[in-house]
Write a new protein. Structure first.
Length: 246
């Protein structure tokens, strides 16, 4: 189970956005790991320290999110951090996208994109066509195309934290875990759950949202173009996780 530990004063509606996101990931992933002790505190499942504090005003740094402490053996997260800049949160709320950003960033805390490299799940890194090689995600990508398993194209643009840490925007469009927030629904696909299974999680595929690959026209209608876009999620920093007991 995911526990959100608020480390700054946060309003009830904002807390609720974190709580609903934790609940959504709990529906899809099993984080019932054996309890461990970190800095004298027992952690059962995954604990996320969450804060909203002034950083540098609107724009600039959005915050940081990622795993901070990994379990020995599986190297799945026991602890993680999510911090947002107050001024940016106000703008995201005005745009109606704050909760989707929280849901998206929580996936990074759980390892999406942030643990792929250390788990050896990326091939062709640094090229124009980096791919995610996990077999469960590959099977689900193949199924989306009505074909056999195929490695999944991952982000080949954007800075550190975006490139090779998300599904490729121009292929997957409004899926929650591309590097940009686009579209209106932002579904969590079976393919995304497959990537968590490839990391070692037990997942419930039945809890995925309906998703199909968008056509080029759909992508255009969602306002997705390759080069010019406001990339909020690119402005998130990532902590460097350490493995408990190492
Ligand atoms: Zn992201």
């Amino acid at each position: 189970m995911i526990t959100v530990n608020f480390t700054s004063p946060i309003s009830a509606p904002r807390r609720a956005a974190f709580e609903r996101s934790a609940q959504r990931w709990d529906e899809t992933l099993n984080t019932s790991f054996a309890p461990v002790t970190v800095d004298g505190v027992t952690i059962d499942g995954v604990t996320i320290d969450a804060a909203i504090t002034p950083i540098d005003g609107a724009g600039g740094v959005l915050g940081q999110a990622g795993p901070s402490v990994l379990l020995p053996g599986s190297e799945l997260p026991a602890k993680g951090v999510m911090e947002f800049d107050t001024a940016d949160v106000e703008r995201l709320e005005a745009e109606g996208s704050f909760e989707d950003v929280v849901l998206h960033e929580m996936a990074h805390v759980l390892g999406f994109g942030t643990l792929w490299s250390r788990l050896g799940l990326i091939a062709a890194s640094g090229t124009n066509n980096p791919i995610f090689t996990g077999p469960e995600a590959a099977r689900e990508f193949g199924a989306l195309e009505g074909g056999s398993a195929r490695a999944v194209p991952i982000a080949n643009t954007g800075g550190t934290g975006t490139r090779e840490g998300h599904w490729r925007e121009l292929v997957f469009g409004d899926e929650l875990l591309t590097g940009f927030l686009s579209g209106a629904d932002r579904p969590i696909s079976r393919m995304s759950l497959g990537s968590f299974a490839d990391m070692g999680y037990e997942v419930d595929y039945a809890a995925a949202d309906p998703f199909e690959l968008p056509s080029f026209r759909k992508l255009a209608e969602m306002g997705i173009t390759e080069a010019v876009r406001i990339c909020d999620l690119c402005r998130m920093g990532r902590p460097e996780p350490w493995v408990l007991g190492s």
